[in-house]
Design a protein around this ligand. Structure first.
Ligand SMILES: [Zn+2]
Length: 53
């Protein structure tokens, strides 16, 4: 059985400035689902699209 000794992993907040969303322990992203999508779109604009060949 796994005991919950460390709680830090349960207490991660979205890294988006001003966002107080607590991330699920199952969410391994640094952003909540809302900002994850936003940031992903931002990055798609910055990073040139390249095909996996
Ligand atoms: Zn957020």
């Amino acid at each position: 059985m796994r005991k919950k000794l460390k709680t830090s992993a349960d207490d991660r907040k979205c890294m988006f400035s001003g966002c107080k969303q607590i991330l699920s322990i199952y969410n391994h992203q640094i952003y909540c689902h809302v900002h994850r999508d936003q940031v992903a779109q931002e990055q798609m604009r910055k990073i040139p699209y390249h095909h996996p060949v």
